[in-house]
Design a protein around this ligand. Structure first.
Ligand code: PLP
Length: 544
């Protein structure tokens, strides 16, 4: 029998308000804290159920159930906390029916529309160990070996990007004055942290002035004689930079977005002009941002050229490689990141192409002293000279996610990651070739990496597309069609592709193009799956 949450709770409520005495509640609660070695423990009982859930979930081909969002939200509309501890078995049954059953199968080989994919199997037992140990990476007193383990993992990635000498790493890897990288919950916090460091370093204490950290932005700009402060990068910069600009107090209007070319790379001349313009207007440039793998289409900025500009202007150069950073593992593709080693800071997401679970990002810092610009102390913890990781970080208490990063680097290794990256790009090329060979589809850009944008062309317009005679009205029709197609595919749930909007110029005018967006990162995705996803789209399109 499956009970709804309401029924289940009602049942508990009526049974137990009458029957359970206060001391019995204590007993029930204490049972929840029993260790797994105790006979017939709750943990053992739940493990069995969870293993079944996971097995079904992980072997599913469909990307999701076809339930309507309206129906789901109605299932979660109870704002009352149950009075009595619920029965464990019925609660997990409820979870299975209402949450697990309608979750997205991010590991499905036909879920190829987002940067979230299947994970290596070692992360699941490791997650159990991580929560069993429940370390708090904020400080040594709550995370002893883990703090050094985290520093080691970050140093490995630092070395991969910057490749400094053996001596450099020997000196800094476990030196509490040095910070080679900061482990955070994702690319957003990594980008914010990088710009925070850059801001504080460029408006630091000097003579009588206490620095932006203590005196605030208005006083700092005033002291240094700037009219304002900006961050400059491509128009395709991730929206986390808007959050950073907002938080830093410069406002999102001070995020200068430079147009990109048809390869989705920032226009270098326009970038150069913007820098000169800011100098002429006496604006502080906190950082110039290069994007290595745009979220939207995978385009890679020409990092070496941006590095030249930043170096000449003596401005902090930040590279957002949240998505594309792991290309560095590939002998074949790492040249696309040339110049990344000249960045002052680099963002890489662990939960994207390092195949680690959600909640892992990092910022790597070329100068091991840069993070001292954001250092904070507290008397009860995070003492000066300690190894407490929280003193140079935005986040306070945080989980021991370093375990996953360290395990990934060891269990997958340089060659393993190279294989994963190369395979993703190879299969993306396969998909691009398939799309080009099918009259139903139009490829919108040659893929640089494992991100692909294309669109479906309704039959009556195919000839016009091949003759390049589409009018703006035709284009709007195609846009509407693709939007519907993507929504229907998502709703049916057999497979999944995301969508994005690109601007393009035709007849000298800007038009917007709704594009289907494939991300081929899941190692389990085969050529057969790619064909199946495209055929699913054709089938749905024919029904529209
Ligand atoms: C994903 C992504 C981010 C944001 O990272 P989160 O982990 O989602 O916070 C930033 N920049 C780029 C280029 C990304 O692809």
């Amino acid at each position: 029998m499956t009970l709804s949450k309401k029924e289940m709770l009602k049942q508990n409520y009526f049974l137990e308000t009458e029957q359970v005495l206060p001391c019995e509640i204590g007993g029930k609660v204490m049972q929840l804290f029993a260790s797994s070695s105790q006979a017939s423990s709750i943990e053992e009982q739940i493990d069995g159920v969870i293993n079944d859930f996971s097995e079904d979930f992980l072997t599913s081909i469909d990307s999701n159930s076809d339930i309507d969002l309206d129906l789901i939200l109605r299932k979660f509309s109870d704002s009352q906390i149950p009075i009595q501890p619920a029965d464990v078995e019925s609660y997990f049954q409820y979870l299975g029916n209402h949450v697990v059953a309608h979750s997205i199968h991010t590991s499905s080989p036909r879920f190829i529309g987002h940067m979230t994919s299947a994970l290596p199997s070692f992360v699941r037992p490791l997650a159990k160990l991580m929560t069993a140990m429940n370390q708090n990476a904020v400080k040594i007193e709550t995370a002893k070996a883990l703090s050094f383990c985290e520093r080691e993992a970050l140093a490995m990635l630092h070395r991969l990007v910057y490749n400094f000498s053996e001596n450099f790493y020997a000196q800094h890897i476990q030196n509490n004055q040095s910070t080679l990288g900061i482990l955070v919950s994702g690319g957003t916090v990594a980008n914010i942290t990088a710009l925070w460091c850059a801001r504080n370093a460029s408006l630091k204490a000097k003579d009588e002035f206490l620095g932006v950290e203590k005196a605030g932005l208005a006083a700092a700009l005033d002291f240094y004689g700037y009219k304002g402060a900006v961050v400059i990068g491509s128009e395709l910069m991730h929206y986390s930079f808007d959050k950073a600009a907002d938080l830093m107090g410069i406002g999102t209007d001070s995020l200068i977005r430079i147009p990109s070319d048809r390869h989705n790379r920032v226009n270098i001349d326009a970038l150069q002009k913007a820098v000169a313009n800011c100098h002429a207007q006496n604006l502080l440039i906190i950082a110039i941002v290069g994007v290595a793998g745009t979220t939207d289409s995978g385009g890679l900025d020409s990092l070496a050229e941006i590095a030249d500009i930043a170096q000449h202007a003596q401005v902090h150069f930040h590279v957002d490689a949240a998505w594309g950073g792991p290309l560095i593992f590939s002998q074949q593709h790492r040249h696309k990141l040339a110049g990344i080693e000249r960045a002052d800071s680099v963002t890489i997401d662990g939960h994207k192409q390092l195949y680690l679970p959600m909640g892992i990002g990092m910022v790597l810092l070329r100068d091991p002293q840069l993070a001292s610009a954001i250092e904070k102390q507290a008397s009860y913890t995070m003492r000066k000279g300690s190894f407490d990781l929280g003193k140079r970080a935005l986040e306070g208490s945080r989980p021991g996610m370093a375990l996953f990063l360290h395990a990934g680097l060891n269990l997958i290794g340089l060659k393993g990651y190279e294989f994963l990256i190369d395979e993703g790009i190879r299969k993306t090329k396969y998909m691009a070739d398939r799309i080009c060979s099918m009259s139903e589809f139009q490829l919108l850009a040659e893929p640089d990496t494992n991100l692909l944008i294309y669109r479906y062309i309704p039959e009556q317009l195919r000839e016009l597309v091949s003759k390049k005679q589409l009018t703006e009205i035709d284009n709007q029709l195609i846009n509407q069609f693709n939007e519907r197609l993507q929504k229907m595919q998502r709703q049916i749930g057999r497979s999944f592709i995301s969508r994005t909007t690109k601007t393009a110029t035709s007849f000298g005018k800007e038009t917007s193009i709704i594009a289907l967006r494939a991300v081929i990162a899941n190692p389990l995705t085969t050529e057969e799956d790619i064909d199946a996803v495209l055929n699913d789209q054709i089938q749905i399109a024919q029904a529209i």
